[in-house]
Structure formats: structure tokens, C-alpha cells
Design a protein around this ligand. Structure first.
Ligand code: C5P
Ligand code: C5P
Ligand code: ZN
Length: 456
């Protein structure tokens, strides 16, 4: 059943698709601007695929963050249609000054002081954002899902898997797909482009040997094994399971033993997994596909990320190497948290790093640290030094959000106090602040969390 508010969002997305189609028909090159993580890369991949399938042309730019200065820069070019995906809702004012038509397919919270229904006399701006319709943009749909909805009328159901790869990358599937994500999954299985299987939810199941695959599985956590390579090897040896083989290649007996033993540790480890049909085996699992794109993004290899999605595999082996490195960097990050923990304030905790590798994974391992019980369940800041600036990532849990914590509001307001900028989602948000204000920022965030916990 489609809810009324969902229908309103789908209608808005159809308006976007009409606009896109008219520009394709007029042979305009579509200017796509998107985010550098798996969600942003699949958002761009969906638009790029749809446009080229419809016989049009596009030009993609991938950015770590959209600044008003980036938008201003775009006004120097003469594109007739700009598409912002997985970003844009925080820059409505500057986007409204662009000279061409605009589609925004974004799931970030719209800042409180701006009107989501932006209008312009001389051009069309279609803002496709779930928050306008009171739909949860943190769990129920991601940038890639909104991008898929925005090309939906063109009928390319084979792009639905990319929408789910992006949503997975944004950690929207912790309790399985819900809301719009579920609608997209249903459509994908109906059209036979995806299938749902009961399986072990191990990371890198098709590409890494079990000894790594199990160690690298952080969600759901496998207590004692997740993040512990020695213990994982011992566990596999003791149970007579070939630790050097991938999950999809062990014997049925080995599989059954493994399943029983892992389910004993955490029942959530076995359940529905969402797989893509008719694609090379390394990309079958949406989790692996999403990690592959993320690792390309972290290494600024955006062309590789896009060409793979367009079905061109010249850079595939190279991307696989980046993925293997990314997975081990993540594991090093988990070791770092195990070794050093986090620094405690009253209501929050933080980690700080200047190391290039650690910066790549700090935000992710801060969440994993809480999930694995290595860190307390308090909102966590990852503080990463970039010369005179600090890049901040903040993460928290569903429990904290239920108790009133909203990191989007905190990152936005606290950073503004120190001439910085920030925002995001209630459960995960980011900011940039001057280095010399770091301590003040930490204290302000600590006070704001206290306030949110006690005034909600
Ligand atoms: O920019 P964007 O919206 O794509 O990124 C969302 C971020 O929120 C991701 O880094 C994702 O890992 C994080 N997230 C999280 N926990 C959730 C949902 C999202 O850490 N439950
Ligand atoms: O950078 P990080 O992964 O911590 O960002 C978490 C979430 O906050 C992402 O959805 C990101 O797009 C968003 N964000 C934002 N504005 C910022 C920084 C981060 O909207 N200035
Ligand atoms: Zn996103």
C-alpha cells in the first residue's frame, strides 16, 4: 500500500522527470552535481544511466560537500538544467539564483530558516525531498532513492538496485528496507532485477576469504569475532571451516555449521539479503557494491565509480584493489578504537586524529565502536584536522534520537557559533569549524546534547 504522503513525493518526483525529459529532448547537456559517498555516487549513476539510455548527454561533478561558492561557480557555465543529488537542500538560496532549470533530489534536512518550496519567475526548480512530505529521510529513502524516483517515469527498472545500493551505503537498512526503500525493493523484485534470499549477512561474502569476511562484519555485530582477526581464525579452525575460502564457495556442511555457530552468537546474522540479478558476482551483494563505490569515493576515483555503474569495467580490478585496502583501513580503525577508546565529556564523547588513513574511516568506526560495545552509547564526534580547520563528523544511535538528540540541529547551530557550517540528519551530521575553536565547540555540543535530552 502506498501512503498518501508517499504519493505526494512520487508526484513531485514525476514533475522532476518531466522536466528532465524535456531537456533531454531539447538535446541539452544535463549538469549533474552529486556527493562523494556511495549514496551520492549511485545518485549520479542513476541520473547518468537514465539520461544516456534516453539518448541524452550529461556532465557529472562529484563533491565532498556543496558550498554556496560551488553553486555560484556553476552560474558561469551555460547549462540549461542542473541536477543536484544527495545534496542541495541546504543551499536553496544560492540555487534559486542559478540561471537554468533545477532538479534537487536530496534527503537531507532542509535548514529551519529556508522555505523548501522555492520558486523562481523565470525557471523551474523541482525540489524532491522527503522532509517536505513528513517522510523520514534518514531511514525511508536516500539520495539515490529520490534520484531513482526522479527518473522513474522513463521506466528503467534495472536502475532500482543502484537506489538500494545507495540507501545501504547510508545505513538505511539496519532493520531491513522500510518506506520508499521498500517500495523500490518490491518493484525491483517484481521486475526480476533483484531477489531476496535468506543468507548469512557477512561482509564481502563473495570477494574476501571467510577469515576476513567475518572479521570485517560489524553490522550486525558478531560478538567476539567482529573486528577480531585472530579470534575469527581460531573460531573457523575449531569448527573445521575453510577460513581461506569465500562464503559462496564453502561446502554445504561447512555452511550449515557456520550458520548454526554464528546464529548462536547473534540471531540477526542470518536473514534477508538483497541481491542483484544478472550482474558480475563481485557486485551481486548490495553491501559489497556499496563498499566498492565508497572506497572509490574516499580515493577520489569518481570516474571509476561512475563507469562501473554504467557497465564499463576497465577500472574494475583497480577499484577492487581500493576496496581491499579500504576494508583493511577500516579494520585498522577498529583496532585504533579498541586500543585508545574515546575521550569522555558529560553527555558526549569524541575521537581526534590527524592521520590520513584514520580520517578516511573515523566517522564509520565511531559508529562501529558503539555498535560493538567498545564505546559507550553517547553521541560521538570524530574530529579530523585539516590545516587550520577541523572537519567534524557526529554520529548517534536510534535510542538517543528517540530520547531527543538531533545532530543536524546541533551541528548546524554549534558550528554557526564559531563561523563554521554544518548540518545533516538527526542521527548523523557533520560540520567544519576553525581549529582554534575546537575545545569551545566540543563544550557547546556537550551542553546542547544535555539541553536536547532534558527539554524534549
Ligand atoms: O550525506 P549522506 O546523507 O549521504 O550521509 C548519511 C550519513 O549518515 C552516512 O555517513 C551514514 O553512514 C550515516 N548514518 C549513520 N547511521 C544511521 C544512518 C545514517 O551513521 N542510522
Ligand atoms: O561528513 P559526515 O559523513 O559526517 O556527514 C554526515 C551527514 O551530514 C551527511 O549526510 C552529510 O552530507 C551531512 N553534512 C551536511 N553539512 C555539512 C556536513 C555534513 O549536510 N556541513
Ligand atoms: Zn545520502
Amino acid at each position: 500500500m502506498i501512503q498518501k504522503k508517499q504519493l505526494s513525493l512520487l508526484n513531485r518526483a514525476d514533475e522532476a522527470c518531466d522536466l528532465l525529459r524535456s531537456h533531454i529532448n531539447d538535446q541539452h547537456v544535463v549538469r549533474i552535481i552529486s556527493h562523494n559517498d556511495a549514496d551520492g555516487l549511485t545518485s549520479a549513476g542513476i541520473f547518468a544511466n537514465a539520461i544516456s539510455k534516453a539518448g541524452g548527454r550529461f556532465h557529472v561533478t562529484i563533491l565532498p560537500r556543496l558550498r554556496d561558492s560551488n553553486v555560484k561557480e556553476l552560474n558561469k557555465s551555460r547549462y540549461k538544467l542542473f541536477v543536484f543529488s544527495d545534496m542541495g537542500s541546504g543551499n536553496l538560496e544560492s540555487i534559486s539564483k542559478l540561471k537554468g532549470d533545477v532538479i534537487i533530489a536530496d534527503h537531507h534536512q532542509v535548514p529551519g530558516d529556508s522555505d523548501p518550496e522555492i520558486q523562481s519567475d523565470n525557471k523551474e526548480i523541482i525540489h524532491v525531498n522527503p522532509h517536505i512530505y513528513d517522510i523520514d529521510g534518514t531511514k525511508d529513502v536516500s539520495g539515490s532513492g529520490l534520484s531513482y524516483l526522479s527518473v522513474h517515469e522513463l521506466g528503467y527498472y534495472e536502475l532500482a538496485p543502484l537506489a538500494l545500493v545507495g540507501a545501504y551505503g547510508d545505513m538505511q537498512f539496519k532493520n531491513g528496507p522500510t518506506g520508499i526503500n521498500k517500495l523500490i525493493l518490491d518493484e525491483a523484485t517484481e521486475h526480476n532485477v533483484m531477489r531476496i534470499e535468506e543468507d548469512l549477512k557477512l561482509a564481502y561474502a563473495n570477494t574476501q576469504p571467510l577469515k576476513k569476511s567475518i572479521t570485517y562484519t560489524y553490522t550486525p555485530p558478531i560478538s567476539g569475532l567482529s573486528g577480531n582477526s585472530l579470534e575469527t581464525e581460531e573460531f573457523l579452525d575449531e569448527n573445521g571451516i575453510n577460513k581461506n575460502e569465500t562464503l559462496d564457495r564453502i561446502t554445504t556442511d561447512e555452511y550449515e555449521t557456520l550458520k548454526d555457530k554464528l546464529v548462536e552468537i547473534n540471531p540477526d546474522i542470518y536473514g534477508e539479503v538483497y541481491k542483484i540479478n544478472n550482474i558480475r558476482s563481485e557486485l551481486t551483494n548490495i553491501e559489497e557494491y556499496s563498499n566498492l563505490l565508497n572506497s572509490c569515493g574516499k580515493n577520489k576515483e569518481y570516474t571509476a565509480a561512475l563507469s562501473i555503474q554504467l557497465g564499463r569495467y576497465e577500472q574494475f580490478d583497480y577499484a577492487q584493489n581500493l576496496l581491499a585496502k579500504y576494508a583493511s583501513t577500516m579494520q585498522d580503525g577498529v583496532e585504533w578504537i579498541k586500543r585508545e577508546g574515546s575521550i569522555q565529556e558529560q553527555n558526549i564523547q569524541y575521537i581526534y586524529t590527524e592521520d590520513k588513513q584514520q580520517k578516511q574511516v573515523a566517522a564509520a568506526v565511531s559508529s562501529i565502536g558503539i555498535e560493538l560495545g567498545l564505546l559507550p552509547d553517547k553521541p560521538i564526534l570524530s574530529l579530523m584536522r585539516m590545516d587550520n580547520l577541523i572537519k567534524v563528523s557526529s554520529r548517534t544511535t536510534d535510542e538517543m534520537v528517540e530520547r531527543g538528540v538531533n545532530l543536524d540541529v546541533i551541528m548546524n547551530q554549534a558550528s554557526a557559533n564559531f563561523n563554521g557550517s554544518g548540518g545533516g540528519h538527526n542521527i548523523a551530521a557533520g560540520a567544519t569549524i576553525p581549529y582554534n575553536q575546537m575545545d569551545n565547540f566540543i563544550h557547546l555540543v556537550d551542553e546542547m546534547v544535555d539541553y536536547q535530552l532534558n527539554h524534549n
